[in-house]
Design a protein around this ligand. Structure first.
Ligand SMILES: Nc1ncnc2c1ncn2[C@@H]1O[C@H](COP(=O)(O)OP(=O)(O)OP(=O)(O)O)[C@@H](O)[C@H]1O
Ligand SMILES: [Mg+2]
Length: 315
């Protein structure tokens, strides 16, 4: 059976080398005897998928990707171009969208993840007051919440564009959502998501933080103090192949309780995904904060990735 190769983004300054962010993964892969090829991320983003994959040999067979996030539509073009060249992307375009975008995975993880509602939007204008009021009502109408799009939050602008202290204050919801949409601009992915805020265990040193901010300054600090402690669990074919820290806090050791999660991951039906897990502050258990496509989930640099990469190339 042919062995999967891995595609990495090329260094924009030196297209024959992997992008510096992924070079260490590519090096480990080589040491393991794996094969990698390079793709042009900027061309993928520009909708020029055939151009982007011109260095991938024809008839290459099974393929994983490890690279920067792509919008689901760009990923679909990427896989179509690879298939036309004789490649066999092991994550299909629908599979990528299901793991990458919250509305794709939410129904499977409902109950294990904070309650969420969403309003589709192309980002050209923020949702109007009536749409927001209806969404707030669907979410229960009161209590704290967070705002994000189908893929990303603006957690570093917590008070301005992420955290809503009280959903019943519709004017405040409108302000935070409006600022979020403005800051995301053309990069808004899919639409606006509102999620009920849950109190998670924080990293040591945040005592006295009362506004729920992952960093207590609320002013864009990237400090780890106070942010929910999360574990990133990497899954292949429904089995956890690595449990590591979230890339925001790579030194944090976290041992999540995975009870019940494998069944959800299997039900999602995507071969290679990540789940970020946080423990509720009241000790009532672990929650799935986010699901992601494993191909575009960030891997903290320097972590022992040999097992993960071995699993991928022997999949
Ligand atoms: N429902 C919630 N309740 C409490 N805190 C939350 C909730 N959702 C998100 N957070 C906090 O905000 C942070 C960012 O949220 P999330 O992970 O969904 O966004 P992101 O921008 O996609 O982050 P990532 O860097 O993991 O891709 C989380 O790490 C967590 O600390
Ligand atoms: Mg996250």
């Amino acid at each position: 059976m042919p062995v999967p190769s891995i595609l990495f983004p090329a260094d924009p300054l030196n297209p024959r080398r992997p992008d510096p962010h992924f070079a260490w993964e590519a090096r480990i892969l080589r040491e393991l005897g794996g094969e990698h090829h390079l793709v042009d991320h900027d061309a993928l983003l520009a909708g020029q998928a055939e151009e982007a994959i011109r260095r991938v040999p024809r008839g290459i067979g099974p393929l994983w990707y490890r690279g920067w996030m792509l919008p689901s539509a760009r990923y679909a073009e990427f896989t179509a171009a690879l298939t036309a060249r004789g490649g066999n992307p092991l994550t299909s375009a629908p599979g990528y969208a299901a793991a990458h975008e919250l509305p794709g995975w939410y129904s499977v993880f409902e109950g294990a993840t904070p309650s969420s509602v969403w309003i589709p939007s192309d980002g050209s204008a923020a949702p109007g007051p009536e749409e927001l009021a209806a969404a707030v009502a669907r979410l229960g109408g009161s209590g704290p919440a967070i705002v994000k799009d189908y893929v990303k939050s603006r957690k570093h602008e917590w008070l301005e564009a992420c955290y809503v202290p009280e959903l019943a204050d519709l004017a405040a919801v409108g302000r935070v959502v409006g600022r979020f949409v403005e800051l995301q601009g053309e990069f808004l992915a899919g639409g606006v998501v509102l999620r009920r805020y849950e109190e998670f265990e924080r990293a040591a040193g945040e005592a006295g933080c009362t506004d729920g901010a992952p960093d207590c300054t609320g002013g864009g600090s990237d400090g780890a103090d106070g942010r929910a402690v999360e574990a990133r669990v990497w899954w292949l074919d429904g089995r956890p192949i690595m449990v590591g820290p979230h890339p925001d806090d790579p030194r944090q050791q976290v041992e999540p309780d995975l009870t019940g999660v494998p069944a959800l991951v299997r039900r999602l039906g995507c071969r290679f995904v990540t789940t970020d897990l946080a423990s509720r502050a009241d000790g009532s258990g672990w929650r799935v904060v986010e699901v992601g496509d494993g191909q575009v989930s960030d891997l903290p640099r320097g972590i022992d990735a040999a097992g993960l990469l071995t699993s991928l190339i022997t999949a």
